[in-house]
Structures are given as C-alpha cells and as structure tokens.
Design a protein around this ligand. Sequence first.
Ligand code: FAD
Length: 394
Amino acid sequence: MKETYDVLVVGGGPGGALAAKAAAEAGLSVLLVEKRPAIGAPVRCAEGIGKEALAEFIAADPKWISADIERAVLVGPDGTRFTIGGEAAGGKVGYVLDRKIFDRELIWRAAEAGAEIQVHARASAPIIIEGKLSGAIIHQHGKTYEVRAKVVIAADGVESKFAKWSGIDTTVPLWELETCAQYIVNDIDFDCKANVFHVSNEACPWGYIWIFPKGPRCANIGIGIAGTKSGEGHRAKDYLDKYLAKEFPNGKVTELIVGGVSVCKPLECTVADNLIVVGDAARLSDPITGGGIYNAMYTGNLAGNIAATAIKNGDTSKKALMIYDKTWRNGPVGTTLARNYAVKESFIKMDDKKLNSIVHSMSDLKIDDLSVKKLVLAIFKANPWLALELPHLL
Ligand code: FAD
C-alpha cells in the first residue's frame, strides 16, 4: 500500500469495483480497500438482475450465472398468480447471478485496468486536513496505514460509515430498513425459470418473500420485512420458516444469511468536498424490490469518471463533484427511484384484501400484448380506489 493515490475506493462490491475500474481506465492511481477477507463472500443478496441492465456494463458469462430467468410471477396473499415474461416483461427478463464469482470478476477487471486491490483492509476513519477530507486510516493484518487521496469514493454498502464520518446524514429510519433472511434450499420441485414474488402483509409485513432459482432443484428463498415489524418470535427468519414449512417442507437448507436493505429515499446529497458516495452507501437500492446491483454499478462507473475529470481539472470541491449527483438524480436511476418510492409508500400500507384485488385484476389480463402502460391502466380500471392512493401513476 502506498501513502498517496489519486482515488481511494472504500468497499469492494459492484459499486466500488466499477468506480475503481473507471478511475483506473482514466489513467488515475487507484486503491480499493475491502474489509472482508474475500471479495463477494458471504453473499448478502438474492442475486437477481435484468439482462439489459447487466449488459450495459458486462457481457453475460455462464461462469457467474446461476440461472437464466424467463418470467416473473407475482403471487397474491390468497395464492392468485400473475405471470409476466418475454416481450411483455420488457425484453429478455433476467439472471440470477453467482455473486461470489461475479463480484470477483468485477474486481479483477478493476485490477486489470490498473487499480490496486487490498482485501482484509478496513477504512476506520477519514483523514481530515484543513477541514477537508484527504484520505482514510486503513487497518490491515494488524497494521495501520494513513492513505491520502484527492478523491474518496464511498462504496461501503448499506452499513456505510464513510459518508457519515464526512458529515453527510445517512440515517435510515427503522421502518425503511428491510430486515432480510434468505436460505439456499435444495432438492425442491419448483419452476426454475421464474423469479417468484409473494406479497402479503400477513405473511411478510411491509415486504415480500422471494424464490430465485439457483439451479434445477435449488433456490434462494428469502424474505424482507420492515424493521419496525420485526420482534421477538416474529423476525424475518420466523416468517420465512413458516413459509418454508408450508411450501417446501422437504427442502434441504444449506445456507442461511441475514442482511439489511434500505428502502428509503436516496441521500439528499451524494457528494462533499473530495467525496463521492455510490450504490447502497448512497441509499440507492430500489424501494419496491430492494434491488441495488445495477444502481451500484451505474453510480460506481459514473463516480470513477467524474472523479477523473475533477482531478484532471484540479478541482475536487463539492461544487465540482455536484455533476455526479445531478447526473444520476436527473437520469433514469433517479427518476425510477423517486417513482418507486412513491409506489412503495402506498403498497406497503395495503392490507391483504387490497393486495388480492390488485393481483386478481392482473391475473385476468391477457399477457400476449401487454406493455407496462397497459398493465398499469388495466389495474387502475379494475381498482378505481387506487387512483386516490397513487394519483401520480396515472
Ligand atoms: P455492497 O455490495 O454491499 O459492497 C459494499 C462493500 O463495502 C462490502 O463488501 C463491505 O464489506 C465493504 N465495506 C464496508 N465498510 C467498509 C470499510 N469501512 N472498509 C472497507 N470495506 C468496507 N440487489 C439486486 O439487484 N438484486 C437482488 O436480488 C438483491 N437481493 C438482495 C437480497 C438481500 C437479502 C440483500 C441484503 C440485498 C439484496 N440486494 C439485491 C441488494 C444488493 O445486494 C446491493 O444493492 C448491492 O450489493 C450494492 O452494491 P454496493 O457495491 O453498493 O454495496
């Protein structure tokens, strides 16, 4: 580890990897530090991503794809199913990744571009000189290093501390922190070409249960519930155990992982002097699905490029870095997050009767000729009360 770099990236998830790669490709000296001993493990993720979104950054490779997904199935509280796939779902649907390998591939690409990667290396505090962020204290293998950098990219995920240390309010209200539990379940009969989403306020309050295939007889089955709905005897794992006992009583569980996902609004500002915040650290996971791999890759890549321009221009002030915040916020990522936040706000409060009514109206539709617009209009037609709850969607 050297004493100075142009860019220090904190965190080796998809956001950090893309940031390090973009900055290194632009000719900067880059250090990425990851506190865990191994990139990509343990996997705190259901690993689903849309094919088109993924293709923006990397060509699909079977070595890090667990399953090719052809359709999505929404299951209502009473078991009514709505299936959407192919063109009706906006094209090629998605993959379930193997993030242990995928995240490493992204990191290798950053290293190939020239970034230095250090694992088991934890950023424990910012270095502040004359009131400005100038690097971080890094602990690795019992040693402490002072690493200076012109720009720090905070890609330290949902548990992010770096932005907070630099004066940005990163608080996630408990009710907007989904507490999740997921199992890898083997030896089960199920549709291994479909990602399944169960909604029910009784079975998974203010969240959903997912079944994401990992192979022909193996799936990631998990749940997210609002932090405020969790308590002794009714934690995420309790709800999930109940679901498994009912739906897959003979499934063999080989892995249990718990984790958190923020479903709040993004940070009010994602830059400060010499600092850019990306991915989950910036609270950019989708408020409805909790998905954040694509948004982390998108903002990581953008941050690496903006850091490079700012450093070349000799101005890494908050004002100069604001273009990063404006670009993602005013683009598709920001507009989708804003719309989905509003939708989530209404949906989580719906009781099972209303959720059933929505899924029923969807299941009646013919999906051969179905665009998102047609789908939304049909749901509103069948459920006029929705116009009051979600007027902005009309
Ligand atoms: P992360 O991938 O979390 O990476 C941050 C990294 O920073 C971590 O490796 C961490 O160890 C490291 N770090 C933290 N602090 C420090 C420090 N001080 N010093 C050094 N390193 C540090 N998204 C989807 O798109 N699809 C899904 O199906 C999906 N399912 C999910 C299921 C669950 C149960 C959970 C919890 C999340 C899920 N997500 C999903 C969300 C997805 O995992 C994240 O949005 C994505 O990983 C964000 O990438 P990131 O790079 O911002 O952060």
